[in-house]
Design a protein around this ligand. Structure first.
Ligand SMILES: C[S@@+](CC[C@H](N)C(=O)[O-])C[C@H]1O[C@@H](n2cnc3c(N)ncnc32)[C@H](O)[C@@H]1O
Length: 337
């Protein structure tokens, strides 16, 4: 049972032993992707203040904490209470000052003072632990009821969302979140299937969605798993409001960063990456006048971010060999100006 007290920000020492008992003994949680590149991107000052907005298993946070001296502070956000409990235990005693915010990272601006951070890190998406634990309903291996919530205390589960969403909105989500072809047909067929299952009075299972995907794409049998993964991605992104979370949080991060502070964002698919790139681009412009204005009227001094690397950084072949989940990662680094 989740501890609701974890909703408020807590200093690491306040997390009780009982709260972490459930995660003790689990060695592997998540292999941090492009760890060295993220640390370099953050340009860590030992006495600085940093925020890891996607704590997960704490791999990146652990490495950041080790770079800090007794004056340094590390804030960490995660909306998944299992991640918070696991990583809090892992980080205990490592970070001089470690403050956990067990809330969505869109709350960054409400939890952190403006102009106070030297660096903010996002390692977007879900952790290996969330995927591998079939009881979380993120995977189609294991055929557990479809859930896909990062925070199981809130929001509607994937099956509840599928029951209530309209066919048009579902098709739009498949296009927007996963660039899916045949989106309307897919949405209509999945909705029909979910209707039948609801009448039967049982849970919607990944195998139900798989059967529909195979029926809608009979000509793409070889790609069945990747198509199914994209359907899951599209549903997961709606259930967790992921694109809005990213946009709101990146905007807040710009306010929270000090001039010279770094914004380091790692994404894992093109839709996420586009959202990061387009949101950051709003802050890279010096002039914010409407495009049809013949001369600049805004003063032309609105730029608040600049790119540190012209192109996104990609993982090395070695890293992809070692950790296949790194293969689609793209790292973008910005500096607050
Ligand atoms: C890829 S994992 C991070 C792994 C971490 N960097 C590590 O080294 O272990 C992403 C984490 O971010 C969390 N997350 C994703 N979106 C979030 C949001 N909007 N607010 C808070 N946490 C979020 C997920 O619950 C997950 O634990």
């Amino acid at each position: 049972m989740a501890d609701n007290n974890l909703r408020k920000s807590v200093h690491v020492n306040e997390i009780s032993e009982a709260a972490v008992a459930g995660v003790q003994g689990r060695e592997f949680y998540h292999d941090p992707v492009m760890l060295k590149e993220c640390l370099e991107g953050l340009n860590i000052k030992p006495n600085g203040t940093y925020s890891d907005c996607t704590l997960g298993g704490g791999g990146h946070s652990y490495a950041i904490a080790q770079e800090l001296n007794s004056e340094g502070t590390l804030h960490a956000f995660d909306r998944d209470d299992e991640a918070v409990q696991f990583a809090t235990k892992r980080l205990a005693g490592v970070a001089p000052k470690f403050i956990v915010h067990p809330v969505p990272f869109s709350e960054l601006g409400n939890e952190i003072e403006p102009n106070s951070l030297d660096g903010v890190l996002y390692d977007l998406g879900i952790s290996s632990h969330q995927v591998d634990d079939s009881s979380r309903g993120f995977t189609f291996v294991g055929d557990n009821p479809l859930d896909l919530r990062m925070d199981r205390r809130e929001n509607v589960s994937a099956q509840e969302w599928l029951r209530s969403v309209s066919e048009d909105d579902f098709a739009a989500a498949l296009r927007k979140n996963a660039d899916m072809d045949r989106a309307f047909k897919l949405a209509t067929r999945i909705k029909e299937k979910v209707g039948e299952i609801t009448t039967e009075g049982r849970d919607v299972l990944p195998s139900d969605i798989k059967a529909v995907v195979e029926a809608v794409f009979p000509d793409k049998r070889r790609e069945a798993n990747s198509l199914l993964a994209r359907v899951f991605q599209a549903i997961r992104m709606e259930v967790n409001g992921e694109l809005k979370q990213i946009e709101d949080s990146l905007r807040a991060a710009v306010d929270c960063l000090k001039v010279g502070g770094r914004l380091v964002v790692m994404s894992y698919h093109s839709v996420e990456d586009r959202c990061v790139k387009e949101t950051a681009a709003e802050f890279e412009k010096a002039c914010i006048c409407p495009e049809n204005l013949p001369v600049c009227m805004c003063g032309g001094n609105h730029q608040r971010l600049k790119k540190v690397n012209r192109k996104p950084i990609l993982p090395s072949a070695d890293e992809i060999n070692r950790n296949s989940r790194a293969r689609s990662a793209k790292l973008r680094i910005y500096e607050r100006v």
